[in-house]
Design a protein around this ligand. Structure first.
Ligand code: ZN
Length: 267
C-alpha cells in the first residue's frame, strides 16, 4: 500500500530514469487504470514529449510534460513505478509502459487496479482539487501547524494521522509505525494527548518517514532493511513488540487492521 515513503522512492525512480528522455510510445495494457480518459488521447499527449520535472504531494506523484500539463500517478493499494531496461521483462501487473526512444521504459504496475493514471493541466489545482493538506515532509509544516491540524475536529490519533485533508501522505502502515515509535495509543483522541506526546508524534513522524525513504520503502526488500526497533517486520499474527517482546495487539480502524503494543503504547 504505497504511502509517502514508497511514492517518494517512485518519484526518485522517475527523476533518475525518466526525465528529459523522448517518449516514443505509450502502451496502455489495461485502460481501466485511466478511468474516463481515453487511452488514445492519453498516449497522444505524451507521444514525442519529454517529462521535465517531478513533484510529489502525499501519495500523489506528478511529472510535468514539456509542452504543458502534468502526468498524474496514484498507486492505490498495490502499485509501483519501476524502470525496465531494454531486453528486461516487465514486472507482473504492468498496466502502462512509457517507452523511451532510447534506453528502456518506465512501467506503472497495479495489482488490484485501484490506482489511477491520469493527466492534469496544473499541479497546484490538482492538489487543491483533492483537498490535500500539507505534505507530511513539507518544510513549512512546523510543529504549530502539525498540532493545529491534528487537533482540529475530534478524532483518534491514528485516524488524524491518516486523514489526507489534515496532512498528506500517511496511510495504515506508517501511521502504526509512527504511533508505535512515539509510544502513543492509536485509539486515543488527539485532544487528550499531552503537549509532550504531540511533540514526540511530530518528531517521530518525520523520523519514520525519512528513515523509510532512505531504507528503500516501496522496494521488495524494504522489510529486511528497516532499522532495528521498527514495527513493520512484526506486522503479522503472533508478531512481537521489538522493544519489550509483548505480543502485538490487533485492532480495527475503519476497514483496516492496525497493530500496536499493549505495553509500550497502553493500547
Ligand atoms: Zn512493547
Amino acid at each position: 500500500m504505497p504511502e509517502l515513503p514508497d511514492v517518494e522512492n517512485y518519484r526518485r525512480v522517475l527523476a533518475r530514469n525518466g526525465l528529459r528522455k523522448t517518449i516514443q510510445r505509450v502502451v496502455v495494457r489495461d485502460a481501466r487504470i485511466l478511468g474516463r480518459l481515453s487511452a488514445r488521447k492519453f498516449a497522444s499527449r505524451l507521444h514525442g514529449r519529454q517529462l521535465i520535472e517531478t513533484r510529489r504531494h502525499g501519495k500523489h506523484l506528478l511529472a510535468r510534460i514539456d509542452r504543458g500539463g502534468w502526468l498524474a500517478l496514484h498507486f492505490g493499494m498495490i502499485g509501483a513505478l519501476a524502470f525496465v531496461r531494454a531486453g528486461e521483462d516487465d514486472p507482473p501487473f504492468t498496466r502502462v509502459r512509457f517507452e523511451f526512444a532510447r534506453d528502456g521504459c518506465l512501467v506503472y504496475t497495479s495489482k488490484r487496479m485501484l490506482g489511477r493514471v491520469g493527466m492534469t493541466e496544473d499541479a497546484g489545482e490538482f492538489i487543491a482539487g483533492h483537498e490535500l493538506g500539507p505534505d507530511a515532509l513539507d518544510r513549512h509544516l512546523d510543529f504549530a501547524a502539525f498540532k493545529a491540524a491534528l487537533l482540529e475536529g475530534k478524532s483518534t490519533a491514528k485516524s488524524a494521522l491518516m486523514n489526507q485533508k489534515k496532512i498528506a501522505g500517511i496511510g495504515n502502515i506508517f501511521a502504526d509505525e509512527i504511533l508505535f515509535r512515539a509510544r502513543i495509543d492509536p485509539t486515543e483522541r488527539t485532544d487528550r494527548l499531552e503537549p509532550a506526546e504531540l511533540r514526540r508524534l511530530f518528531r517521530k513522524m518525520r523520523d519514520v518517514l525519512e528513515t523509510s525513504i532512505t531504507r528503500g520503502a516501496g522496494s521488495e526488500h524494504f522489510a529486511e532493511r528497516v532499522p532495528r526497533g521498527f514495527l513493520i517486520p512484526e506486522r503479522r499474527k503472533g508478531g512481537q513488540c521489538p522493544r519489550c517482546g509483548s505480543h502485538l495487539k490487533l485492532f480495527k480502524a475503519g476497514s483496516r487492521t492496525g497493530y500496536c503494543c499493549p505495553r509500550c503504547q497502553r493500547c
